[in-house]
Design a protein around this ligand. Structure first.
Ligand SMILES: O=C(O)CCC(=O)C(=O)O
Length: 267
């Protein structure tokens, strides 16, 4: 589907969140489910699993490195279109993880995805999340909860206070776009037998330090087949010709700078 990017941006900026239903075609949803399930099983089996709530909740990090379906969807054109408008025309991937909640899964600490930047946060947006709902999100199964209007505060929640949250409910196959200053958390999974699988594709302005160090942790095979968009998302490009050097600027740039500094007669 082609989403209405301007509506998404308007709602995220006004309400701190926008849910787009029927975003993910059924066949794609099945491929995502299958790979998330495989990873949940294999990381537990290999003793590598990141578990919370005594194993009721499970995260899988660095998804770009763990399945071609994730390489594909992290650069989904409609997500790119929305992020482009939200994040000032350029952005990179900070992290891409799944979070599966199971019965007994506890709620997370309330936070915003820009909480590590000293408040007050700038008026412009620093980060945004695309939440891929792989199962229905409900009040019972640990659907994400958020504080409506909190993105306007441009600061972090006070950990000593209680805030009223609402459940981000939505059908499997929806994608929710979350403003990077919206206070939110994983909900408690109080269901008897429901699992909630979700993906969190977290994008930031290109001058921020990223959560996952893709330059180091993404396999060469993935880099080799990456599209220009994916390479850019993984931090493989220079930003403003000055951020992201590898042993200084590329040779062509050095020569250019050298010529500028030393007029032709002195070369
Ligand atoms: O699992 C969820 O619903 C929320 C996860 C979250 O808040 C995060 O990854 O920052």
């Amino acid at each position: 589907m082609r989403a209405d990017i301007e509506r998404i941006v308007f709602e995220v900026e006004s309400n701190g969140i926008c849910v787009v239903e029927d975003f993910v075609p059924v066949a794609l949803l099945e491929r995502i489910r299958q790979r998330v399930d495989e990873l949940n099983v294999s990381e537990r089996r290999d003793g590598d699993a990141f578990l919370e709530s005594e194993g009721a909740n499970q995260r899988v990090f660095n998804l770009v490195n763990k399945g071609e379906v994730f390489e594909e969807i992290v650069q989904h054109p409609d997500v790119m279109g929305a992020m482009n408008m939200l994040l000032g025309g350029d952005f990179i991937l900070s992290g891409f993880s799944s979070n599966t909640t199971g019965p007994g899964g506890e709620e997370m600490m309330l936070h915003s995805d820009s909480g590590y930047v000293p408040p007050p946060h700038p008026e412009y947006l620093l980060s945004a999340n695309a939440i891929w709902m792989i199962d229905d999100f409900t009040e019972e199964n640990g659907g994400t909860r958020y504080v409506p209007g909190s993105h306007k505060h441009r600061t972090n929640p006070d950990a000593t206070k209680e805030y009223e949250t609402v459940a981000l409910a939505g059908k499997a196959g929806s994608v929710a776009f979350l403003h990077g200053y919206t206070w939110h958390k994983t909900g408690a999974n109080v269901s008897r037998d429901q699992t909630r699988r979700a993906l969190f594709a977290y994008y930031v302005r290109p001058f921020l330090r990223v959560q996952e160090n893709h330059i180091v942790s993404v396999r060469e095979e993935v880099w080799h087949r990456a599209s220009p968009t994916l390479r850019h998302l993984l931090g493989g490009d220079l930003w403003l010709n000055s951020i992201g050097f590898f042993d200084g600027p590329p040779k062509a740039m050095r020569e250019l700078a050298f010529k500028r500094r030393w007029p032709a007669e002195r070369l």
